[in-house]
Design a protein around this ligand. Sequence first.
Ligand SMILES: [Zn+2]
Length: 284
Amino acid sequence: MYLSDQHAALTLLEHSANINSGSLHAEGIARVQALFETEFGKLASSCSKPPLPSQAHYLDDGSLTEIGGSHASLFQIAGNTDLKVLLVGHLDTVFPKGSSFNRCWREGERLRGPGVADMKGGIVSMLWALNRLCADDALPRPDISIVLTPDEEIGSPVSAPLLHSLAQQHDVGFVFEPTMEDGALAGERKGSGNFYAEIRGSSTHAGRDFFNGKNAVLAGAKLAAALSEVSDEHTGTTLNVARIAGGSAMNVVPDSATVFLTSAYRTVRHKRVSPSRSSHSSTH
Ligand SMILES: [Zn+2]
C-alpha cells in the first residue's frame, strides 16, 4: 500500500477505526498496533517495541483493574540534517469495547467514526506525510522518531515515563491530535493529571454508634473542597473534583471512599497554521 494515494490512506483509516481500541481493550489495541506497525515498518530504518509496565488503574466506579504490560511502538527514520523530531500518536480511543459507536460511515466528503480524528486519522496523516517526505531523498529531512502508545485517553499512566524520556532526546515534538474546530494548531496545551485519593475510616451503625464511626465519605468531601481551592482562573490552573465514590447502606457510617480529581495547569495558546480546514475527517 502506497499511502500517498489518498484512497489507500482512507482505506487504512477506515480499517483501523473499525477495530475497537478503547483504552482498556488490550486485544483491540494490539490489533490496531499490529496494523500500524506493518505500515510504519515499510518506511522506518528501525523498529522497536519498548515494554510498558503493568500497574493498577481506577475505573470510573472506583474499582481497580490492571493496565499496561504491553509495549509501545517506536520507529526511526534516518535524516540528513542535525534536527531530531519526535512524532507522537496514540492507539486508544475513548470508546470502550461494546460501545454502540463502533463503525465508520461516510457522509459525502466526510468520514465519521470512532477515532477517525482522534487519533487514528492523526496517525494516518503522519504516515501520509512521511511517505511524501521519504519519497525524495533530495529533500532535507530531520532524524525522525515516531512513537505510538496505548493509553493516552486515560492520561498515559504507563507511557508517560517513555514519552518524557523521548522528549528529552529530541529538538521538536509534534502530537497528532486533531486541530481546533477552526483549523488552528495547538502550539501549547495544558499539562494535566488524574489523581485518586483513597480514604479509609471506621464503619459503625449510624443509629446506635454514630460517634464512634469515622466517616470516609465525609472526609473525602472535605478533602475535595480543600483541594479545589487550588483552582485559579488567572493562572489557568484547575482542579476538577470529578467524582466521589464510597458508602453503602443508609444506616452505616461509611469506612471507605475514593475521590477522583483531574488537574490541569497553564493556559492554552493556539497557532493558526492553515486558513482552510480539511474536509475529509471529522472530530470524534
Ligand atoms: Zn487524542
